[in-house]
Ligand binder design. Sequence first.
Ligand SMILES: Nc1nc2c(ncn2[C@@H]2O[C@H](COP(=O)(O)OP(=O)(O)OP(=O)(O)O)[C@@H](O)[C@H]2O)c(=O)[nH]1
Ligand SMILES: [Mg+2]
Length: 701
Amino acid sequence: MKNYEGANIRNVAVVGHAHSGKTSLVSAMLYTAGSTQRMGRVDEGNTVTDYDEEEISRQMTISAAMSFVEWGKAKINLIDTPGFNMFVHEAELVLPAVEMALVVVDGVSGVQVVTEKIWGFAEKYALPRVLVCTRMDRERADFQRCMESLTTAFGRTVIPVQLPIGSEKSFSGVIDLVRMKAYTYEIGGNGKAKVGEIPANLAAEAKEAHERLVEQVAEGDDALMEEFFSSGTLAEERMIAGLHAAIRGDKVFPVLFASGLGNVGTDALLDYMVDYAPTPAERGTVKAAADAGNGEPAQRKVADGEPVSLHVFKTVSDPFSGRISYFKVFSGVLKNDASVQNFTRNATEKFAHLSIMQGKTSVAVNQLHAGDVGAVAKLKDTLTGDTLGDKAAPIQYPVVKLPEPAITFAIEPKSRADEDKLGVNLSKLMEEDAMLRFFRDPQTQEFLIAGTGQQHIEVAVSKMKNRYHTEVNLKAPKVPYRETIRGHADVQGRHKKQSGGHGQFGDCKIKMEPLPRGGKFEFVNDIFGGAIPKNYIPAVEKGILEAAARGYLAGYPVVDFRVTLYDGSYHDVDSNEMSFKTAGRIAFRKAMEQAKPTLLEPIMSVEILAPDEFAGAIMGDLNSRRGRIQGMDNKGGNTVVKASVPMAEMLTYGTDLTAMTQGRGSFGMEMDHYDVVPALIQEKIVTAAKAAKGEETEEEE
Ligand SMILES: Nc1nc2c(ncn2[C@@H]2O[C@H](COP(=O)(O)OP(=O)(O)OP(=O)(O)O)[C@@H](O)[C@H]2O)c(=O)[nH]1
Ligand SMILES: [Mg+2]
């Protein structure tokens, strides 16, 4: 492997909507540049970047993957990312590691939901963007329509720098509108163009498009504008420099055309990235998360002469090699076998077998220069988001903040052996998937798994089965209901047993009354004159608390009530703590019977964001979920709906919202408060709980 310095490195994230042809395009680039001997195809499951078995069987990208091509003097690191909404956080995580996003758009469908979403991410990082309309060989792929869709979504600064030659099945090349040359390809060939003159039938269109491009590039640059007005055009070199600057400054977003499957336009695309993607140093200094002490964030120059610093943007948990960390070297030269400090976790790590990744294959390197991306296996403590570097020059780069998971399932190990392995294997999966959560609900005792959507969770379950041979069932999680009372009670709990020798005797009188929501439990000792000896009083309270924890109506803990112990009696010989505990329990159950017991359910506070056109459907749907709308707001074509909705009605909301909004809605929710369950629903829950428990007989008296 040649040694590449920053000036010869380009880092490009390939992003876009699901199924738009990203992986196929990466595959075509790898083949054209000679990185692979055969062109991998998604449909055949043999691409470099969709190597995971889940990706092969589903024919979609699930996890971001690294690859690289050596093209002329440059090395281009290509990071292939998923486009499916539920996995798009993988793309978000790699954006800080690259200097350009290659936004892939299907030539038939144009801009889609995730295209817009990722555009927003890239905008946040002011990341230069180049667009490729691919799959141009497909029926109904259309230059005009694709451009219209792009300019409608992203504005006038999106401008073609190529024109397609031929259309649909006969799409066979592109016209370069900077150099004004035609690049034609053998369809299904080696991706290398024959360069020639522009075909006569496209000459006029090309000239017009060229002029529009020149004008756009010159705009905002006085020197170029002057040259353009005086000579009516720009010299090729001036044009290239101007376009480069405009792309770097996010003033122009050029559009290219290709077919990944047909390998058309590929070498032109590679040339384009070398010519126009900023080098890592050109993107400027890298800002740290923390203040440098002067109110400004600390920063580091992307240069070999600086102390080493690097940022881990991804972790892969390989069943054979263990943990593999992918990182970007932001400054300095990282040498093989270096000892590097992890500033996030305060640990020292050894970078043995430094490498770069071609899909799942690691290629050993001796060193990596500032601006390059690499991988290392078996770091002990390092996780995604960590910053490492030269111990003498600490710095910490910002961590990408991801949204909260949208869906939760209960997870049930299939066997005892599965249960034993569950925790360890899930934590390995969580290391490589920043959006996966696993925890135990303290109330229901269920193991819960949370993620971005049903398919996300299913992939995790499938990985667990295939990689780690751990099998689980998924269920809707139990709703952590609670019970409370709405009335008052005044009862006696008496426990008496005379079985031969020593008997048992405990007797208490209690009053029970409701407390406001959140009032939990209060115990008032109102015994006068020693009706119950002092040392037995805590036993009564304990008996009540234990019974309350087990519930009365449907087995859920009873909350928000006060008990006043006001009378009782005891026996000199037969009374003990045990008997008073039992008496307390009996009194509690009798009191519940009188005090109008009722169920409480968790109410979530929910915030939904979707394009305005779906607002009506969303509100109607919330109504049918017993939701209460708290407010509505408009944000640039999107409606934000705030509502409070019972948790029981929200268990599959992620999936339902996706269906309702064609994938364009998103939501977040958190637990807000508990409220009384309506009578009819309560009846059902109680009946179901009784059935589940079987007709268990009540306690002794
Ligand atoms: N006709 C035609 N089909 C293509 C082209 N590129 C990709 N495809 C097909 O489109 C489908 C999706 O291609 P992928 O390369 O997996 O798309 P992707 O954007 O990587 O998809 P995700 O990673 O799941 O978001 C596959 O069936 C490809 O064979 C193309 O240029 N022409
Ligand atoms: Mg893909």
